[in-house]
Write a protein that binds this ligand. Structure first.
Ligand code: AMP
Ligand code: MN
Ligand code: MN
Ligand code: MN
Length: 284
């Protein structure tokens, strides 16, 4: 296991431009302090943090890759695509991001209405305010519920009110189809990667079906590790990346100091020599 090498790469993290807690520059300083050398910022459906992050990362001597974590769906299941390596003026990426931002606004209204059906007050406006410059999502509704004292913490907000179970599965159908998005992005030098493949409600058989569709559409890689993944999962994902000839990506999915993700630059070890690391495309 070649520790020294992979430890310096982190291609999945969030800033204030989506649901992370740090400004993009602060996030890059943290990455640098953790010894990261190759870094990507991948906010949910937003490119807004990239200029600030790139500027800081380059100043600190890190290699920076433009990134975004796009929300799509496959067979009605929400899937996240970490998308890397595009130029800021890439038409296809901007088109998909803009469309998803519209979806997030409409989806926010649905979330607010569904929370009211659970007997909670209408918190749409407050959630929008909470989101500020970032893309509206369930974490913002969760924060408002915590602030209002309606739940103890973010975890409880998700557990009691914001899981798909509570929202009646009504949030599943809103995102664009995985294949359509991958097709759209495939026209240029954009690298689409299935984020945290083991975190979806899919059996291994269904997961493989999804990966097949992703491959056929032109998908280029999968994350072989996301944060604190179990070593068994990482081995399975490494195998799948070889089987499908997918490039391998790695990341913490860091959002802030507290949560289910890991610290920037830290994640379950991978067998780097047994996969085809995606960052070699830019920085060997
Ligand atoms: P959305 O983008 O609206 O679907 O919200 C999903 C986001 O909620 C994920 O990206 C996570 O960052 C966050 N999230 C999910 N579960 C939890 C939890 N239990 N506590 C805090 N944040 C969570
Ligand atoms: Mn998130
Ligand atoms: Mn994700
Ligand atoms: Mn993420």
């Amino acid at each position: 296991m070649d520790h020294l090498r992979y430890k310096k790469v982190d291609l999945h993290m969030h800033s204030l431009a989506s649901d992370g807690v740090f400004a993009p520059a602060v996030l890059m300083q943290r990455a640098y302090e953790n010894g990261v050398e190759v870094v990507a910022l991948t906010d949910h459906d937003s490119l807004n943090g990239l200029d600030e992050a790139r500027c800081e990362a380059v100043k600190l001597g890190m290699k920076f890759i433009n990134g975004v974590e796009l929300s799509v769906q496959w067979m009605g299941v929400p899937i996240h695509l970490v998308t890397l390596g595009f130029d800021m003026d890439n038409d296809a990426v901007n088109t998909v991001v803009n469309a998803n931002q519209q979806v997030r606004i409409e989806r926010g209204k649905t979330i607010a209405a569904l929370l009211m059906k659970q007997g909670l007050p209408d918190i749409y406006e407050e959630a929008l305010e909470e989101a500020g410059i970032s893309q509206l999502g369930r974490p913002h509704f969760a924060k408002v519920l915590v602030k209002k004292g309606l739940v103890k913490d973010m975890n409880k907000a998700f557990d009691k009110h914001l899981n798909n179970k509570h929202l009646g599965g009504k949030l599943r159908q809103v995102w664009p189809e995985l294949s359509d998005v991958v097709h759209q992005l495939n026209s240029s030098d954009v690298y689409t990667i299935v984020a945290h493949p083991k975190r979806y409600p899919l059996t291994v058989t269904k997961l493989k079906r999804m990966l097949t569709d992703f491959k056929v559409a032109g998908g280029k890689g999968i994350e072989v590790v996301s944060g604190n993944e179990k070593p068994d999962s990482v081995r399975l994902l490494e195998r799948l990346s070889r089987e499908y000839e997918f490039a391998a990506s790695v990341g913490s999915d860091f959002h802030g100091p507290f949560g289910p993700w890991t610290e920037i630059g830290k994640y379950t070890p991978i067998h780097e020599s047994e996969v085809s690391p995606i960052w070699y495309r830019w920085f060997a």
